[in-house]
Ligand binder design. Structure first.
Ligand code: SF4
Length: 771
């Protein structure tokens, strides 16, 4: 344990350690993404964690037809070929993290008490290595201890059987989980008797799912990778691909070479969108890089609806000047409904007021409108910068309005692209992980497995936290993930978990959710993506779905980190057997012996998986059906819906700021690979608050000054301490902080209308200098 964490143990009683580093270093933010530094960083992580020989072997298999799917994001691979190097810096870091030679074994847990580990940073916890055997923390225990798999499953089964009602149990899923494990998990949970299946999608793209389903009939994006290469305009809103989906930059580079213009809408000028040196092209790395963004709109936080309305008003004016040349009237007439109402609504807004709300100069917005006026092959991409707001669903619906106006959905080179974070977050939903059981899936589960699934809607992430904190839920299981760090309102979420009688985490590595535990806590270590999975019938492969709806194989080949590890399908099946006993209609052993059996069951119960086992063995897999992609809108009326949405309203007092949480370049979701944010020029420190220089002056704050951040909702104050002020080009009264350090400020009592996503991108805070 480092000296720093020892000292924080004395000073902090919170779930997240709160001491700032004394080593913060600030430098010029980068104007070019990737290039040699990305290659060097990838090599450092892979070779440092795994070794040169093993590391080289592993990286030759990542995202290859016969290899494993990158455990990072859900960005798609090319349909028909694979390059030798088919990964990015973050993919390399994700693999290094999983394949590390470090081990958190029984001796490690004997040495470190839970209370002591809790005072380590997320980065330090991650460095402890792979967990090698099942561990249990008994009631009032101070240390995790080894437990046999048999005893662990019996303990869980007994606990679940003892609950007064199945709805007292919560079964969370992280987006790393394969289709096969996710399908078995939801099957077990529904046979057990509840739909309490919250997932990480509740926190990242629920607003996209809701907004897209309502307007287009499908809650997924409509574009393929090939559409990027045919597009004329690509708008990227509230997304930072350089850090969170780095290989998207290669697609954008190719799109630009094919003539596309790129419009970036973001409160921060992110390096990845400014310029890019493709690490797969050594000669290119010697040059200055490809400039990606043609028009940058530094929009105020959550002013996207105002911006889209301003653009649409300008398009309407241009259409009035040159009828039939700007909007796709034929598409609007034949494929959509509600345009007249939206047009009427837009006319009510004052253009100057809308522009003022955005914080962007009028000429820049006009430039975008002029560009859109003459093109129809338009793609809009977005991520959590759009979805994690009170009006997250409205943001998504307003994007759809713009695309529908232009007839830019359901044709090549055009459409919607909500870029998913975790590698199988979309697939888990497809195969049934959702607190809302679709009637069609319920009917097919009943037919195929002869049981009646529960109909009552289960807890999503927000209501699950509430249920645990209020004592309504007593059992929590996480199939992957790091629930306490990923969720809003960290202290409140931790209290909820701590009140449970039992918490169970299926994990590869130690994280904070193991340390904010129920009365009894279990860690069940599982195989990672890179590892060999052998069951009774032989070596198995798994399948996942990427952001564009392609289902494909993933197969690791590395010897597991420990001989005690089990696969996620096996763990789920054993818990199901221990819990359901003879009261199950599923042959769990058969399912696990050969994963083809699980895929056959998915084919029989989930639409779009015809010939699953055959088609998924084709190199690159297969596309799931997507009506919107074909211009076939599966809404009630069969037409795409225009909707009326309001611009967000955040009245701020002089000393208040709108805060958004962001990721550093050295992290992926809750996994912290390092303490630097190279592109933004911030090193050795994660407790930082990025502020406009004029706000710093107004608040009399100096660079690197240490402050506390406070949010107050419904009379309840939340404080996170010891953040360093960093001057940054962000719009006035907007600030940015890293996730998960600032999650403690995000209130559990507020969420997006219609999707109940946390509002992590628009939290009103005050900044308090230390006395
Ligand atoms: S873009 Fe995403 S999926 Fe691809 S290698 Fe990078 S982290 Fe992995």
């Amino acid at each position: 344990m480092s000296d720093k964490s020892k000292s924080s143990a004395k000073q902090s009683s919170k779930v997240q350690p709160e001491e700032p580093s004394s080593e913060i270093e600030l430098s010029q933010r980068k104007k070019v993404a990737a290039g040699f530094p990305a290659v060097a960083s990838s090599a450092k992580h892979v070779y440092g964690e795994v070794g040169i020989i093993e590391g080289t072997k592993l990286m030759a298999k990542i995202n290859q037809f016969d290899g494993f799917d990158c455990p990072g994001c859900a960005w798609p691979d090319p349909d028909d070929h694979r390059s030798v190097v088919e990964f990015c810096e973050n993919g390399a870091k994700a693999v290094a993290e999983e394949a590390t030679a470090a081990r958190a074994d029984a001796a490690f847990f004997r040495k470190h008490a839970v209370a002591e580990l809790l005072q380590q940073t997320d980065y330090e916890l991650g460095k402890s290595g792979r967990i090698t055997e099942p561990m249990v923390l008994r009631p009032n225990g101070t240390h995790y201890q080894p437990i046999s798999w048999v005893e662990a499953f019996q303990l869980i089964g007994r606990q679940l059987k003892s609950l007064a009602d199945p709805n007292e149990a919560i079964f969370y899923t992280s987006g790393r989980t394969s289709n096969e494990a996710a399908f078995l998990y939801q099957l077990f949970v529904r046979q057990y008797g509840t739909n309490n299946l919250p997932d990480c999608s509740n926190m990242c793209h629920e607003s996209s799912g809701v907004g897209l389903t309502e307007t287009l009939g499908i809650g997924k994006g409509s574009v393929t990778l090939d559409d990027f290469y045919q597009a004329k305009v690509i708008i990227i809103m509230g997304q930072n691909p350089g850090t969170n989906h780095p290989r998207m930059l290669s697609a954008l580079q190719k799109a630009k070479k094919n003539g596309a213009k790129i419009v970036s809408v973001n409160p921060l000028p992110e390096a990845g969108l400014l310029s890019f040196k493709n690490p797969q092209k050594p000669l290119e790395m010697l040059g200055t890089g490809t400039s990606l963004t043609d028009i940058f709109l530094p929009v105020r936080i959550n002013a996207d609806v105002a911006l889209l309305k301003a653009i649409m008003k300008m398009l309407l004016a241009k259409e009035a000047e040159r009828p039939g040349t700007v909007l796709d009237q034929d598409f609007i007439q034949t494929k959509t409904e509600g345009f007249a109402e939206v047009k009427q609504d837009l006319l009510q807004y004052d253009l100057d007021e809308l522009i003022q709300q955005t914080g962007v100069e009028q000429e820049v917005i006009e430039e975008v409108a002029s560009l859109l006026a003459k093109e129809s092959k338009i793609i809009v991409c977005w991520a959590m910068g759009l979805t994690q707001h009170k009006n997250g669903v409205d943001n998504v619906r307003e994007i759809v309005n713009l695309l529908l106006m232009k007839g830019s959905i359901g044709k090549p080179g055009a459409g919607t692209c909500p870029v998913r974070g975790h590698s199988n977050v979309q697939g888990d939903r497809t195969v049934g992980i959702w607190e809302k059981l679709k009637p069609e899936l319920a009917r097919k589960l009943e037919e195929h497995f002869q049981f009646t699934p529960p109909k009552e809607e289960g807890y999503n992430t927000m209501s699950a936290i509430e249920a645990m904190a209020s004592g309504k839920a007593k059992f929590f299981m996480g199939l992957g993930g790091n629930f306490v760090s990923a969720s809003p309102d960290t202290e409140y979420t931790a209290q909820g978990l701590q009140q449970c009688d039992m918490t169970v985490q299926v994990s590869t590595k130690l994280n904070r959710s193991h340390l904010t535990h129920g009365k009894t806590a279990l860690i069940l270590p599982c195989l990672g993506r890179t590892e060999l999975d052998v069951q009774e019938s032989g070596t198995q492969f798994l399948t996942v779905e990427n952001s564009t709806g392609v289902v494909h194989k993933t197969q690791g080949g590395k010897q597991p980190a420990s001989r005690h590890l089990l696969s996620e399908p096996k763990i789920v099946a054993e818990i199901a057997k221990a819990t359901l006993g003879s009261a199950t209609t599923v042959d769990w052993n058969g399912m696990v012996a050969n994963y083809d059996t699980i895929r056959n069951a998915i084919e029989k119960t989930v639409d779009g998986f015809d010939n699953y086992n055959k088609r998924v063995r084709n190199p690159g897999g297969f596309y799931l059906p997507n009506g919107a992609r074909e211009g076939n809108f599966t809404t009630d009326s069969g037409k795409a819906h225009f909707t009326i949405n309001q611009p967000a309203n955040h009245p701020l007092a002089e000393d208040e700021f709108l805060m958004m949480t962001i990721r550093s370049h050295d992290q992926y979701n809750t996994t912290i690979y390092g303490l630097h944010d190279r592109y933004r020029g911030i090193y050795h420190e994660r407790r930082v608050v990025l502020m406009n220089a004029s706000d710093m002056q107004k608040m009399k704050l100096s660079q690197e000054e240490v402050v506390d951040l406070v949010s107050e909702y419904d009379g309840e104050k939340r404080v996170v301490r010891n953040f360093r002020v960093v001057s940054y080009p962000i719009p006035p009264q907007c600030v940015a902080t890293y996730f998960p350090e600032a999650n403690g400020l995000v209130p559990h009592t507020r969420s997006a209308h219609g999707s109940e996503q946390p509002i992590s991108k628009s939290v009103v805070i005050k900044i308090k200098p230390k006395c």
